[in-house]
Design a protein around this ligand. Structure first.
Ligand code: PEP
Ligand code: MG
Length: 498
């Protein structure tokens, strides 16, 4: 199946000189050069919006001021740009949110372009890319995707990066597997690589039998993990998709998803200075439900706060934001803003099947208060309201929540971090961050039992649902649906259903 498995020879990306020497070019020239380069990319890229975001960063006074300050302190222009990139990335990373992490990639890409111009190393490093290459790099940037002849690329393998980065988005749109988080230090140019984007694995110089088995999966057009096949055919599991945009919804529905199990609406609040109005939100929810073509759309109310601050909401800084005013707590503390979102969701109901889902619930009262707000907006509404089970409290009182909720969706990303007391973004405690840990499994079992006792459906929308082994285990536990964050797995549905 396109986009998830590839075999090829390793081609190692070596970037130009890293001496930091400047050949006399000025910063002004570098900015002019980078601006015109980005404009060209906007014309030719399959994802022009990526480079529009780059242009905005290039114009950002924060970048200009930081570079200028570094120059005043005695750095060469190239050094000043590198130091500015590091400083601003640090600030964005500290925010810890996916949106800002994605901005770090953009910032680094823009600064890379400036530095390459200043150092006179801006030739295309992919000029001699051979056919059937698996590009192996420490890190890739969206501009690399434009410079590479993608027709020659079988797969991308990097040490740094995230599957949800712009590089991931572009490679997926081109059907090229992209696996990140791989220790590339032992890979030599020309090594044979088997790349599996579903399990995020790369086998270096495989044995003959490994290669044969891999080729068999590819040739059969059948690289759907066998487990996923069983999940759908043996257990009859309903498979939804997770989405952060209408585009994600269109892709999931096109692949045969049964609907959308998690539409993350906070992105509407994170990427702008002010707040989206009821009308702004309605337009997007309407488009989203229409894109579902009669299948259900589960709109999660804004999961803002803590690690996802919204510039428009002026949330006071908290010492421990993961345990602060986040998700439903924030929404209920700002009822007028929450009601705008509720009204937009209620209006979208006229265009298809919509369900509303509440994040970070810890008490039954939060659901009851939300229902009251929904009634204030529309006394006759029969909108289904579900609860995300992603805190230990919600799991422990799932029997009580089941009395009030129309459905449950288990958010294993947060449930794992809160049950295990292990920050989901902290590599030092990643050994504890395991959704298959007995403590998390017990919580899941408890929730499934409580839901079924009350006769309400329970799904899983955390990333663990996209881990085929965990998915099968969840089937055995009696979960009714999975909502997958992995576009590759969702794509595999097309083959299962045809
Ligand atoms: C979860 O916590 O599992 C979840 C789906 O929510 P998010 O990843 O958006 O916090
Ligand atoms: Mg969550």
């Amino acid at each position: 199946m396109e986009g998830t498995l590839a075999i090829g020879k390793a081609w190692i990306l070596h970037r130009g000189n890293e001496t930091g020497r400047c050949d006399g070019r000025t910063l002004d020239e570098a900015f002019v050069h980078e601006t015109s380069r980005l404009k060209e990319y906007i014309e030719s890229s399959p994802a022009p919006e990526v480079f529009s975001a780059h242009l905005e960063i290039l114009d950002d006074p924060l970048l200009h001021d930081t570079i200028q300050r570094n120059v005043t302190e005695g750095m060469t222009p190239a050094e000043a740009v590198k130091a500015a990139a590091e400083e601003i990335s640090g600030m964005f990373n500290e925010i810890g949110d996916e949106y800002f992490k994605a901005r770090v990639d953009d910032l680094n890409d823009v600064c890379k372009g400036l530095v390459e111009f200043l150092e006179g190393t801006c030739g295309n490093p992919f000029e001699n890319l051979p056919d059937d290459a698996v590009v192996v790099a420490r890190e890739l940037f969206p501009s690399d995707m434009v410079e590479m002849n993608l027709g020659k690329v079988r797969a991308l393998v990097t040490l740094k990066g995230s599957p949800t980065s712009h590089v991931g988005i572009i490679s997926r749109s081109k059907g090229i597997p992209f696996v990140t988080g791989i220790d590339i230090s032992g890979i030599q140019a020309g090594d044979l690589l088997l790349v599996d984007d579903v399990s995020s694995e790369v086998i270096v110089n495989p044995t003959d039998s490994q290669t044969e088995a891999f080729k068999y999966r590819m040739a059969a057009g059948d690289d759907i993990p066998e487990i996923m096949r069983r999940v759908v055919t043996k257990y009859g599991m309903r498979i939804f998709g997770n989405a952060g945009s209408v585009k994600d919804i269109e892709a999931a529905i096109k692949s045969g998803a049964d609907g959308i199990g998690l539409f993350r609406t906070e992105f509407l609040f994170l990427d702008r200075d002010g707040l989206p109005s009821e009308e702004d939100q309605y337009k997007i929810y309407k488009e989203a439900v229409e894109a579902c073509q009669g299948r259900p759309l589960t709109i999660r109310t804004m999961d803002i706060g803590g690690d996802k601050p919204s510039p428009g909401l002026n949330i006071p800084k908290e010492d421990n934001p993961y345990l602060g005013i986040r998700g439903i707590r924030l929404s209920l503390s700002l009822p007028e803003i929450f009601k705008e979102q509720i009204r937009a969701i209620l209006r979208a109901c006229a265009h298809g099947k919509v369900r509303m889902m509440l994040p970070m619930v810890t008490r039954v009262e939060e659901l009851i208060q939300t229902r009251a707000l929904v009634r204030e907006c529309d006394a006759s509404s029969d909108l289904e309201i579900g609860v995300m089970i992603e805190t230990p409290a919600a799991a422990l009182i799932s029997d009580l929540l089941a009395e009030e909720a129309d459905f449950f969706s288990i958010g294993t990303n947060d449930l794992t971090q809160y049950v295990m007391a292990a920050d989901r973004g902290n590599a030092s405690v990643s050994y504890l961050y395991d959704p298959l840990d007995e403590a998390v499994v017990r919580a899941v079992k408890m929730v499934v039992k409580a839901a079924h006792k009350k006769g309400i459906p329970v799904g899983v929308c955390g990333e663990a649902a996209s881990n085929p082994e965990f998915a099968e285990f969840l089937c055995e536990l009696g979960v009714d649906s999975l909502s997958l964050g992995s576009p590759a797995l969702i794509k595999s549905l097309k083959h299962l259903r045809s």
